[in-house]
Write a protein that binds this ligand. Structure first.
Ligand SMILES: NC(=O)C1=CN([C@@H]2O[C@H](COP(=O)(O)OP(=O)(O)OC[C@H]3O[C@@H](n4cnc5c(N)ncnc54)[C@H](O)[C@@H]3O)[C@@H](O)[C@H]2O)C=CC1
Ligand SMILES: O=C(O)CCC(=O)C(=O)O
Length: 524
């Protein structure tokens, strides 16, 4: 049974796939209302009100996934979620149109002073000369951030007969030309625009992007709009520009602090505001809720997610192709980690044959997670494996070769420790399964599963008998046994699969047998 906490107001209709699912319980309550049960939830669905901090994550040890019914994830500590192995997903395009339309509604309201005129008429006044506006037609609109919303705003602006200038460091000239906008530098945009609207995420680079210096580069009489994130336009910096009339008007849907309380900007007649309503339409809320609900459902069913913030995203097709290698890699990582019981500083993976053509990022993450799991007390999975490896000073690399070296596909993992190097090679055979074909310098062929016992010994008669005798005396049944050696009379290995895990006392007995060098219990 999975328990999902929906802690913000999310469209009930959109949540339908989760509400209808078997073995899933959906609890629609604020975090503060379920303070005593936080450790029981597997998934958390939020909009922007719930702040997902590291402190909250620590209280939710079972949490596997956070779904943001919307775009911006600035209310989620994504780094902390990654560290805790929690997948973060969002609904990137469900509210694009609504937010672009809201931006346009704000733009029209701003230049025609509709909110002010509305208040005046409601106050029983009729003062037509006080509300003379300007047309949008023929004006120069500057769009900062030309992603999903910025480009929808541009389409509407062109329909209104506006000239559109766009600044986005990641926008190519070719795409700008195709859409019919002028891609320019930030300074050019600031100098050319009658109206400027921002549509970037809030990042280190965009925080205060329209601050004192850049505001001074704008045209006198400029209008400014922020329907993206509070702080992209520096609220404090706006005040003198409004006071001296350089900025003709501002429309804000978002604030540095939400709600803004008694903010000085609210006293300006030419500052119009809405309470973060960009995505507040029936359609947008249904879209984003449906998107995250379906994604969370897929995730809990073990299927790939397509809009993750902290995982490589995979299509269903790609996922199906890598699934077998993903499992094999996890087992190989685990075997290597259990074998190498010493500090490790480097992990190198080589993909050969058909697997080399696949999306291996995910496979490598799985391998790292398999390797780290026996060594790390906290949750480790493909979300946080790379981060944990880095924290522990373990470098990792991937190499590729078209040649499968006798196999249609193979993965070779080499682990460099303080005193030794360990290599393991595995392959996946369709309709047959995973096989380990090379282990610690020995050619061998065994299935990586269950309770394994590795014994390295001298290749001489009677060794198998001695091992069999000790295990038999202790009622330990051998399910399968594979042997390998480097040369006759030299070093040899046995890999036994047992029906039950081996007790420590038996390990010690086996270690005492003459001509046995190494005994390792390996559990998968
Ligand atoms: N008011 C509301 O209710 C809503 C607000 N939003 C916010 O709108 C913003 C944009 O959302 P989308 O268009 O969906 O995102 P997006 O990711 O599609 O577009 C963002 C664009 O900003 C550009 N960008 C990044 N750094 C930049 C920089 N330093 N200078 C200029 N451009 C930069 C990126 O290249 C990208 O093209 C986000 O902050 C999002 O959180 C989104 C939905 C609703
Ligand atoms: O949940 C909301 O209404 C806020 C939407 C938003 O700001 C976003 O999607 O980034």
């Amino acid at each position: 049974m999975f328990r999902i906490l929906v802690s913000d107001a999310i469209s009930e209709e959109g949540l339908a796939p989760l509400l209808a699912a078997k073995d899933i319980e959906v609890v629609q309550k604020k975090v503060s209302e379920v303070a005593d049960e936080l450790d029981q939830f597997d998934a958390l669905l939020v909009r922007s009100a719930t702040k997902v901090t590291e402190e909250l994550l620590e209280k939710m040890p079972k949490l596997k996934i956070i779904g943001r019914a919307g775009v911006g994830v600035d209310n989620i500590d994504v780094e902390a979620a990654t560290k805790h192995g929690v997948v973060v997903i969002n609904a990137p395009n469900g509210n694009t149109i609504s937010t672009a339309e809201h931006t346009f509604a704000m733009m029209a309201s701003l230049v025609r002073r509709i909110p002010q005129a509305h208040i005046s008429v409601k106050s029983r006044e009729w003062n037509r000369s006080a509300f003379v506006g300007v047309e949008l037609f023929g004006k120069h609109l500057g769009i900062i951030g030309f992603g999903r919303i910025g480009s929808e705003v541009a389409k509407r602006a062109r329909a209104f007969g506006m000239h559109v200038h766009v600044y986005d460091p990641f926008l190519t000239k070719a795409r700008a030309e195709k859409i019919g906008v002028d891609a320019c530098s930030l300074d050019e945009l600031l100098a050319a625009s009658d109206i400027i609207t921002v549509h970037t995420p809030l990042t280190k680079e965009t925080k205060g992007l329209l601050g004192p210096k850049n505001l001074a580069k704008t045209k006198k009489g400029v209008y400014l709009i922020n329907c993206a994130r509070g702080g992209i336009i520096d609220e404090q910096a706006l005040i003198p520009f409004l006071e001296n009339g350089h900025v003709a008007g501002v429309a804000l849907d978002v604030f540095e602090q939400e709600p803004p309380g008694d903010h000085p900007l609210l006293s300006f007649d030419n500052v119009i505001v809405t309470p973060h309503l960009g995505a507040s339409t029936v359609e947008a809320q249904l879209n984003v809720a449906t998107q995250v609900a379906e994604e969370v459902l897929h995730f809990l069913e073990g299927k790939p997610v397509t809009s993750s913030i902290n995982l490589p995203t995979l299509s269903k097709d790609v996922y199906e192709k890598i699934q077998a290698f993903y499992t094999l890699a996890r087992k190989m990582g685990s075997l290597a980690s259990q074998y190498m019981t010493e500090p490790v500083h480097e992990i190198a993976v080589t993909y050969c044959g058909s697997v080399a053509d696949l999306e291996t990022t995910f496979i490598t993450r799985s391998l790292l997670a398999g390797f780290l799991k026996p060594r790390v007390a906290s949750t480790v999975n493909e979300v946080n494996a790379a981060m944990i490896a880095k924290e522990r000073g373990i470098a990792f690399s991937e190499k590729f070769s078209a040649n499968g070296n006798d196999y249609n596909n193979s993965i070779t993992l080499t682990v460099y420790g303080e005193t030794q190097t360990f290599t393991i090679k595995g392959t996946h055979i369709a309709h047959y399964g995973d096989r380990i074909v090379h282990f610690n310098g020995f050619a061998i062929d065994f299935a990586p599963e269950g309770h394994l016992l590795y014994i390295q010994h001298l290749d001489k008669p009677g060794m198998i008998g001695k091992v069999g005798q000790i295990l038999g005396d202790h009622q330990v049944n051998i399910a399968t046994m594979q042997v390998g050696r480097q040369e006759a009379g030299g070093k040899a290995i046995m890999m036994l699969s047992l029906d039950k895990p081996l007790e420590e006392e038996l390990l010690e007995k086996l270690e005492q047998v003459s001509d046995i060098d190494t005994v390792k219990k390996l559990e998968l």
